[in-house]
Design a protein. Sequence first.
Length: 126
Amino acid sequence: MSRKIIATDKAPQAIGPYSQAVKYGNTVYLSGQIPLVPETMELVAGDMEAQVRRVFDNLAAVCEAAGGSLNAIAKLNIFLTDLAHFPLVNDIMKEYFSEPYPARAAIGVASLPKGAAVEMDAIMVL
């Protein structure tokens, strides 16, 4: 099975030795996205809602570059530095996804790159 690297300038560039996504067959493994603005590579200004929306926008851009959409995500992992934001993530997620929703995990972590409060990665099936 061939491997294809997925890259787009509509999402932040990798900040380490990894690809935005890798496609094997009809499965796409999306690297973690934090709320970086692609044009500036700085954290989005604003509150937690702005961070969550930026992460979903970044994931959507990588999904589209791979030929899919957020609704093709089979598994979503959410990493939060404060699990008190879990209800907010749920509310915003309902705006970005349609039923049936993907499988999902939400994990509390001590810290994330660049001081972000949220990171998400995913597995998408085309």
